[in-house]
Design a protein around this ligand. Structure first.
Ligand code: GLA
Length: 604
């Protein structure tokens, strides 16, 4: 009887045509029904009374019950942001979080009036529809702890309380975020969460918080890995999904343990509203590209676009770089009052689409000279690459890129300028030379989506180290062919060697890193030996993964130098793109010299 009822509810949900992800989880649904089983028979639909105690709700008994948040059912018109009590939310998100944070523009001048106005502006100006979903209050909302140790929001600035404010933000279809600090005090000297982590997270869960940024001031002598774990566990215990934004400025390598702890982690010091700061933070995030991926992101800090300290071209470069790096896009300007230039930059859907590409590959820099820098990242679409040309000099510069260096065949390609929204020829400043050439403004950038042809794998058997790759990213140096990772230069490693045995062919990288190879559905098999290279000298460890088109084909346990290499034979039938990943494994990346030895493909 109960099952039949459940089935009926599920059929109704399907009938209403909504995304199943947005509905209450079967557990929640079953709990709702379970709890009311004894009185179930007493309910009478159509008697005008909504007997919730007896299991009636707006779906089981729409004649009597109006749909309401909190009835345990994700009803038509309710979704995770408007009705988080009832509907499952995609939190944490798979692609970099987008939203707004008060700090960069308002510093301590925060209030509920401001948050309401910001949320309203985000809806009215279309920012919400562009994907900017999180509204986060940074430092200074808290003033004290009460006698129970519960955190107390500033009663003058937040007279209605945080719960009411969260409800307002949710009603606008947005998520609500808050800030705390792992130390005894926040960076502005307000009460921090040290010793109150679980209590604070529980309080935030009661407020309805969806995102918590945890800072790192007043933490002398503390171990961030351990302290942030406490927050992660408290979030899990609270039963509420929250993005955990680790803000410890890169102290003790958060990119290593961050993916196992939170959603995003800062890679550097605070951004300021200047081009030099944008470049500095970009450089830091760039070092750790192999650690970023679906659901976990390097965070070069919030955007400064619109705050007035940089030129239009500099802000374009800032936004382009953040999108290239698959960074969280957290607006730091006054979104209530924006000029058209600001809106053009933060509202560029083509640039946002690059940032939010489902492959979540942090872009790499393939060339850097005085005249210009070239970055690229593959996009999930066949043959597509995002390409960024950055000119940090004081003069306009003409430079470009070749299709080969972005991993495409040297054949015809279409180039779309995602800032001018037009197809371009790539002959600005004269044809020839290094291929496609563009004028890039001083302190500025150009960004493109290039659509070309992938390299096909050769027929028969071939070593992966002998063929073209779509993309590779390693740590502290490039991914190497037929040698281990040495240092920062290409080709500076040694012969691949595991447990004393030398392997002539294969791929070597320092974890975390990855290589993508286009297969085009033409290959049947991959054979490879994975393990730690002897150059690891006792300390290294890594987890090896082999994926194809989002499917996990193989995952090793955490391997160390003590382990024999594992032989993997992966069935690649039908696979379009092969991913080889070595993950530092959450402990440390030091000495994590990971080998994919004798990696060999069999293709048609
Ligand atoms: C630190 C953080 C900033 C901001 C301030 C608030 O500096 O890195 O992002 O949260 O604290 O005090």
């Amino acid at each position: 009887m109960k099952e039949a009822f459940l089935e009926c509810v599920i059929v109704m949900l399907a009938f209403l045509g909504c995304n199943t992800q947005q509905w209450a989880s079967p557990d929640t649904l079953a709990d709702t029904l379970d709890g009311d089983e004894s009185e179930m028979g007493q309910a009478q639909c159509g008697n005008g009374a909504c007997e919730r105690e007896a299991g009636e709700n707006c779906l089981s008994c729409p004649e009597d019950c109006a749909c309401a948040c909190g009835d345990g059912v994700c009803s038509f018109g309710e979704y995770c942001a408007t009705c988080p009590k009832d509907c499952l939310c995609a939190i944490p998100p798979k692609t970099p979080p987008m939203g707004f944070n008060t700090w960069n523009h308002f510093h301590c001048d925060v209030s509920e009036a401001l948050i309401r106005e910001v949320a309203t502006a985000m809806v009215e100006k279309g920012l919400k529809d562009l994907g900017y979903h999180y509204v986060v209050i940074d430092d200074c909302w808290q003033v004290a702890r009460d006698e129970d140790g519960t955190i107390v929001p500033d009663p003058e600035r937040f007279p209605s309380g945080m719960k009411a404010l969260a409800e307002y933000v949710h009603q606008m279809g947005l998520y609500f975020g808050i800030y705390t600090c792992a130390g005894e005090k926040t960076c502005q000297g307000r009460p921090g969460s040290f010793g109150y982590e679980e209590k604070d997270i529980e309080t935030y869960a009661n407020f309805g918080v969806d995102f918590v940024k945890v800072d790192w001031c007043y933490t002398e002598g503390l171990d961030p890995r351990q302290r942030y774990r406490i927050f992660a566990d408290a979030i899990a215990k609270s039963g509420r999904n929250m993005v955990l934004s680790i803000c410890n400025w890169g102290v003790r390598e958060p990119w290593v343990w961050g993916p196992y702890t939170g959603t995003m982690w800062r890679t550097s010091i605070d951004i300021t509203d200047s081009f030099i700061s944008v470049l500095f933070n970009m450089e830091q995030a760039l070092l750790w590209g192999g650690f970023s991926g679906e659901g976990h992101f390097n965070d070069p800090d919030m955007l400064e676009v619109g705050n007035g300290g940089m030129s239009f071209d500099e802000y374009v470069a800032h936004m382009s770089l953040w999108a290239m790096l698959a960074s969280p896009l957290i607006l730091g300007n006054d979104v209530r009052k924006m000029d058209d230039e600001t809106m053009t930059i933060i509202g560029n859907e083509e640039v946002i689409a690059i940032d939010q590409d489902p492959w979540v590959l942090q872009g790499v820099r393939v060339r850097a000279s005085e005249s210009g820098q070239v970055f690229y990242r593959p996009l999930a679409e066949y043959g597509a690459r995002a390409v960024l040309l950055l000119n940090i000099s004081d003069q306009e510069s003409v430079f470009g890129f070749s299709l080969e260096e972005i991993g495409l065949r040297n054949a015809g390609a279409r180039v779309r300028d995602v800032w001018s929204h037009e197809e371009v020829s790539g002959e600005e400043g004269g044809a020839g030379g290094e291929g496609l050439r563009f004028k890039v403004p001083a302190h500025g950038a150009r960004m493109f989506v290039v659509r070309g042809e992938e390299h096909l794998p050769p027929s028969g058997e071939s070593y992966l180290s002998d063929i073209r790759w779509m993309f590779s990213v390693g740590s502290l140096g490039p991914v190497e062919r037929d040698m281990s990772n040495g240092g920062s230069e290409r080709g500076d490693g040694q012969k691949l060697k595991m447990r004393g045995k030398v392997y002539e062919k294969g791929i070597g990288m320092l974890a975390s890193g990855r290589v993508l190879v286009y297969l085009g559905g033409r290959c049947q098999r991959l054979q490879v030996f994975v393990g730690l290279d002897d150059s690891a000298k006792g300390e290294g460890s890594a987890v090896f993964r082999i994926k194809a088109d989002g499917r996990l084909l193989f995952q090793s346990p955490l391997l160390t130098l003590k382990d024999e290499p594992l032989e993997v034979n992966a069935d690649l039938t039908g696979a379009r793109v092969l991913w080889l990943e070595a993950d530092a494994g959450g402990d440390s990346y030091h000495d994590d010299f990971a080998d994919f030895a004798m990696a060999r493909l069999e293709c048609e």
